[in-house]
Structures are given as C-alpha cells and as structure tokens.
Design a protein around this ligand. Sequence first.
Ligand SMILES: CC(=O)N[C@H]1[C@@H](OP(=O)(O)OP(=O)(O)OC[C@H]2O[C@@H](n3ccc(=O)[nH]c3=O)[C@H](O)[C@@H]2O)O[C@H](CO)[C@@H](O)[C@@H]1O
Ligand SMILES: C=C(OP(=O)(O)O)C(=O)O
Length: 447
Amino acid sequence: MQDDVLLVHGGSPLEGEVRVKGAKNLVPKAMVAALLGEAPSRLRNVPEISDVRIVKGLLQLHGVAVRDGDEPGELLMDPTQVEQANVADIDAHAGSSRIPILLCGPLLHRLGRAFIPDLGGCMIGDRPIDFHLSVLREFGAVITKRPEGLYIEAPNGLEGAKVRLPFPSVGATEQVLLAAVRAEGTTELSNAAVEPEIIDLICVLQKMGAIISVTTDRVIRITGVAKLGGYDHRALPDRLEAASWACAALATHGDIYVRGARQLDMMTFLNVFRQVGGAFSIDDEGIRFWHPGGPLNAIALETDVHPGFQTDWQQPLVVALTQATGLSIVHETVYERRLGFTSALNQMGATIQLYSECLGGTPCRFGQRNFQHSAVISGPAKLHATDLDIPDLRAGFSYLIAALAAEGTSRVTGIDLIERGYEDFQAKLEALGARVELPMRVAESVA
Ligand SMILES: CC(=O)N[C@H]1[C@@H](OP(=O)(O)OP(=O)(O)OC[C@H]2O[C@@H](n3ccc(=O)[nH]c3=O)[C@H](O)[C@@H]2O)O[C@H](CO)[C@@H](O)[C@@H]1O
Ligand SMILES: C=C(OP(=O)(O)O)C(=O)O
C-alpha cells in the first residue's frame, strides 16, 4: 500500500516541541468503563490514534452514543441505550487491539452475556488471556470457546471473589476492576499491577461511584455497588510516547520539549535517561530532553512491571543505547519476543547480540525456555539507512528514531502500526525538523 510507506532522511537532530495527549493505555479502558455507567461520561485529552477509533466503534456497536465534544480531544459517551442495542457484527473487530477482552465485565453486568472476538495488539509474545478467563470464572462467569471467539455468560450475575494473579498483568488487573465494581459483595485482588494508567482507571471508576482501595503491597480491594453513574475525567498523559520522544532526542543529538510529559509517571525512565548521559529539565507544563554532547554511557537494564522500567520504553531506548560507548545489557522480563526488532538495527550497522539466558539480576519467566529475551548492545555504532518493515508499535517508532539517526534515506513500511499509539507522528516529526516524506508526495514534487 503506497501510503503505508515513509521515506526517512537521516542525519539531522530533532529539535523543538511536541505535545503528548492522553495515554493510549488508559483512554480506551476509560472508554470501556463508560459502558458500566447509567449516565453519560466525558473524557478529555483524548488522542486521535487508531486504538481509540477502534474502541469508539466497539462502543457504538453496543449502543453507546459516542460523539466529539466542543473542546479538541473531548469525547462524550452516552451508554443509556445499551440494553436496547441490536449488536450486529462484533467479529469485524477481531484482531483489532487488546481492548475487546475488557468488555467482558461491563457487558456481563448490563446484558448477562458477552462475545469476545480474537484479540490483536503487538505480537511481542504469545500474550495468552488465561488470567482473564480464570478471574472471570472466579466471578461466576461461564465461558465457551469457539473458533470465532469466546462466548461468556453470567446467568446469575457476577459475584466478588478473592483472586491472586500469577503475574501482575495490566490487562487482568483491569479485567478484575471492570468486573468487580458492580459485582455482588467484595473482591480482593493480590499481585495486582499498579501502572499509572491503572491508577487513573481507578480514579475514573471512583468518579463513577465505585469503592476501590489500593494498598502498597499490590493488593486492591473493591466493594461492589449496584449502580454506577457517568464521569468527567482528563486522561493522564502518555508517558510511553513522552519517553519515545526523549529517546529520539538522545539518539539524534537533539533537544525536544515534550509538553504534557509528567515527572511522577516517568521517574524510573528519567533515572535511566540520566544514567545513559541524557539531560532533562522539568517544569509544570512538560519535560525538556536533550543530548548534552560528549559520549553516552552503556548501562545494564531490566524491564519490569511498575514501578520498574516499563517494557514499552525498552525498544526506543535500545536505539539510543546503540550510540552509547561500551556494552549495554538489556533483560526483557515482560514479553518473551520483544527484542526481535533488533535484527533490523544490526542491518543498519548496530551490534546487538541476543541471548536466551536471563542476563540480569532477576531470573524471569523466560529463562531456560529458548526465548531470546536478553540483549548485549555494543556501541557506539554508526548507523546507515536501510529498508525497514515495522513489526509492532514501539519497534515502529524505534525504527523511525534509528532511521533519523542514520546516514542516508531509509524506506519504512508498515507505518500504520505506529498510528495505534502516536497521534499525528508525521506532523510532529516535521515540526522537529525531521525530513520524512510519503512517496506519493515525493512523486508529486518530482512531477
Ligand atoms: C493496551 C495496553 O494497556 N497494553 C499494555 C498492557 O498490555 P497487557 O495488558 O496485554 O499486558 P499484561 O500486563 O497483561 O502482560 C504482561 C505479561 O503477562 C502475561 N499474561 C497476561 C495476561 C494473561 O492472561 N496471561 C499472561 O500470561 C503476558 O503474556 C505478558 O508476558 O500492559 C503491558 C505491560 O505493561 C504493556 O506493554 C502494554 O502496552
Ligand atoms: C504493547 C503495546 O500495546 P498493546 O498492548 O496495545 O499491543 C504498547 O503500547 O507498546
């Protein structure tokens, strides 16, 4: 597809300002939460990304009236007609994103049944949904697996339960929250994920009338209530996009002010950025990230659940680490196949060796299982342009960073994947002085 290709001319630093809006990993979930209420909700700071468009479609399919508000980035959702909706073709959403699985709780509460098509999302591991299904069963749901998806019923409603996750999964924690807030009785969730986006979802649910407490030991307690209202909420900023721009500044010797970036959600990233040799300064409106000159430092890093180093920060940072002096070690402990994107960086001149051993302080779930989930990066490397085919969202943005740091013109295909999580990224790149072109425009300017 021609407009799915981007030509990236490398070699110039990215300089200027970009703005990040609401987090990709919160906004679609807050939209799903609106389905639980008996009154309309208003979400602000909503980015125009494809994952948001997909969830708009899903909500509309289930009878939620969704429209843009008067302010830019404002979304109004009215769920009062959900019981009357004639749900047509949910299968059309198969493979679209991870979000459909989170409709289970809200739909079971409202309709007593749910159909969940096959999920999409980044192919960075197997991404099973066994935790989701097991907690739904604990709440009393009956699940039938068919080739086209999952049929779930709760003929007697959902009942609160005491559940423990085998791993602090973000999605499974959200599944519990969205099911438990209107379940009968209390729920105690142990080993919960506590990412900032989850805390923001809890804030949304509390505004709707839910009773949820979070303790410091990864335990979340929820007291079910019979009814929830609507909410008015401004989504927390996207700390993953903000870190991507920070890495772009570092890898291209640039200087980027990320308006909207928030220190609290990025403390772990900021520590690592500083260790690598990046500079930053923080004010009330955002964070400025820049390369201060001189060599960058190699580091040893493990990804982890929050408050550890977020796995979605890993791929852009690896590109920056190709420019550090010495050997960096990255141990990816959240997804078993999130380092495959590095083979393309090697084609560009990087030296990255992958290992199936756990090259970090903590043995993880993937050790001794033939998953190449540790990387040794030797730098600094002089990168040169190549053809790049994007395998997943963060790898996609990372390839853009690498192409911008490289000498020559790279041809990047699969850029629609980047649109899942980066609003208007081409315009933002251009505003920072990047030279990127759609071939169509190239052809027009030659003619
Ligand atoms: C839309 C969204 O918010 N996506 C984020 C969410 O994904 P998502 O919610 O899918 O990620 P999880 O936290 O659930 O996954 C973490 C790990 O748990 C495993 N697992 C998860 C569920 C399950 O039922 N069984 C199981 O084994 C996964 O395979 C993975 O190895 O959190 C991830 C971890 O911070 C982020 O990288 C994603 O950007
Ligand atoms: C892995 C990611 O997203 P998703 O869970 O939506 O695939 C991501 O945002 O990097």
